[in-house]
Design a protein around this ligand. Structure first.
Ligand SMILES: Cc1cc2nc3c(=O)[nH]c(=O)nc-3n(C[C@H](O)[C@H](O)[C@H](O)COP(=O)(O)OP(=O)(O)OC[C@H]3O[C@@H](n4cnc5c(N)ncnc54)[C@H](O)[C@@H]3O)c2cc1C
Length: 370
């Protein structure tokens, strides 16, 4: 049996019983039944052997659950294992909650069954496609520096026969951007809303020595080709909920919230929203004007820009968005639905704060920029 680089073991795996044919003594693989139940209570079922990951097995059976990188790097195939034993192969740090075995959080592309599994998927059945979604071609139309270490990348899709210029996605979702010549792919959340003109907008923090960041900083120019894979992800509004909304973002973790808020503005929605945007210092503030414009159009939106190392002149919140969230939860009467997006440490500490203040864990939705 080929060795799988196991990083963490979800559940203590059962002993794998190799079955030997009496005649050939050839090792046989064990086949297990996998049931994926979607959040609209539909289900699909397929077989997966213990050398196969669940994503590959689903695809071999003609089901294509949302997944982009298929190598444990983007989190788009995150799900929850309700029952059964499995092994979880290595994945990028921060993609899953700390101690995923406690919450039974899994990535379909990194999960190898050790028995029959029942898995809950955080999306509706119509998100499971019957064919492999193809990549779209796009070109860079603008790369604008918004603040220290933050850029806005605007892409124009190239029309194709199947879709023309349209690109269907739900506000809050992300895509993977690929630079084919550099063999480079990274996940980025869409900051604009779905449109018929093929326009895609991203807010990107330039990481010190980051490969994609260096491409944007030193090489990217108008007209460059970029491949767009997706959309994917389940960080979208739970529309059936009537609770107030609380959005907490670290830096460019604002991107999916810009998309969601712009959609609320387009649709004239009046759901109360608290937005906490965290930056390190005033030089890092971006989208200030866009947020003011949104606040004018959405009177129920309250924007709090939280500056950690603020100067004396800063009149909004001094501190982190997690501190601001704690203060808000202390004085609010109605428990909100909480959406957290940004670097994994921010997401983890905001989750802890929310739980300490009595918010139900299933009312906390997270997107980790791992
Ligand atoms: C679902 C999802 C959505 C995302 N959306 C956004 C978004 O909207 N906006 C956004 O800004 N980001 C987003 N990200 C993060 C993004 O995908 C990239 O991870 C980020 O832009 C860094 O990519 P990079 O190639 O520049 O850096 P990488 O080359 O991947 O490196 C990342 C950082 O790690 C450091 N590093 C690299 N290798 C090592 C090493 N061996 N040892 C120590 N340090 C190392 C680098 O110096 C750099 O600081 C998202 C991530 C996910 C998973």
């Amino acid at each position: 049996m080929p060795s799988i680089p196991y990083f963490s073991v979800g559940y203590a795996p059962r002993t794998v019983h190799a079955v030997f044919s009496e005649l050939t003594f050839e090792q046989k693989v064990m086949s297990h039944t996998i049931t994926i139940i979607t959040n609209d209570q539909q289900s699909i079922q397929f077989e997966c052997d213990d050398k196969q990951n669940i994503q590959d097995a689903a695809e071999a059976a003609g089901h294509f659950p949302p997944a982009i990188c298929k190598s444990g790097g983007c989190g788009s195939c995150m799900a929850h294992c309700e029952s059964g034993d499995y092994q979880l192969a290595d994945y990028s740090a921060g993609i899953l909650p700390e101690n995923p075995e406690e919450t039974q959080s899994i990535l379909l592309c990194r999960t190898f069954p050790q028995g029959d599994l029942v898995i809950n998927a955080p999306y509706a059945a119509d998100k499971i496609q019957t064919h492999q979604p193809g990549a779209r071609e796009a070109t860079i139309v603008e790369l604008e520096v918004l603040a220290e270490r933050t850029v806005k990348l605007s892409l124009q899709l190239i029309a194709d026969e199947e879709n023309g210029l349209s690109f269907a996605f739900e506000p809050g979702q992300f895509v993977e951007l690929e630079i084919p010549e550099l063999n480079l792919k990274r996940a980025y959340s869409l900051a604009n809303t779905p449109n018929w003109e093929g326009k895609l907008e991203f807010l990107i923090r330039l990481q010190e020595n980051g490969v994609f960041s260096n491409y944007l900083k030193h090489h990217a120019k108008t007209g460059d080709n970029i491949k767009v894979h997706g959309p994917a992800g389940t960080f979208t509004l739970q529309e059936q909920s009537i609770n107030p909304l609380c959005f907490v973002s670290g830096g460019t973790g604002l991107a999916p919230f810009m998309s969601i808020l712009r959609r609320m503005e387009e649709w004239g929605e009046d759901h109360p929203v608290q937005l906490f945007l965290g930056v390190n210092n005033e030089q890092e503030i971006f989208c200030h004007q866009e947020l003011k414009d949104l606040q004018d159009k959405l009177p129920q939106l309250n924007v709090n820009i939280c500056v950690w190392q603020a100067s004396e002149n800063w009149s909004d919140y001094h501190g982190t968005p997690v501190d601001a969230l704690a203060q808000y939860l202390q004085q609010t009467q109605i428990q909100p639905d909480i959406y957290l997006c940004g670097p994994p440490p921010l997401v983890e500490s905001a989750t802890q704060v929310a739980i300490q203040h009595g918010v139900d864990a299933d009312k906390i939705y997270c997107e980790r920029f791992a």
